[in-house]
Design a protein around this ligand. Sequence first.
Ligand code: FES
Ligand code: FES
Length: 159
Amino acid sequence: MIKLKVNGSVQPLDIDPGTPLLWALRDHIGLTGTKFGCGIAQCGSCTVHLDGEPVRACITPVSEAIGKQVTTIEGLHSPAGKAVQAAWRELDVVQCGYCQSGQIMSATALLERKPRPTDADIDDAMQGNLCRCATYVRIRAAIKAAANKSAQVAGRKMG
Ligand code: FES
Ligand code: FES
């Protein structure tokens, strides 16, 4: 029996350790916010965090997640995660929505690592997340809005 820590709770799973994390999350745990796009690490729609680092769940075996914190879109409650989700709503980023949980997971990991990202940082962090609806301009604007909002909140706390 494998035990995975997902969104703060322990999930016992009777599966092969080589099973892709994406199947464990969606089919065994029922967290369907993480999407299957390509299955070969080319689209980013399956992005989740392993100890805060963005990974492609379609090519990450469950064995790699043992002993780590797995965070999915359903459990994204960090300050950066909340700021990103609020900016996504405010700027109405989503079109069909299919790619967006992966986009939000990558954007949040970026802001947790770099609270004031440059355009180059955003390009670098988001280049593996594809969007068939081409919402890229709004995604970039929302990342900047989330960074500005977080900086204002931090400034108020210090002041
Ligand atoms: S489904 Fe994982 S990168 Fe496309
Ligand atoms: S919003 Fe449709 S694929 Fe990105």
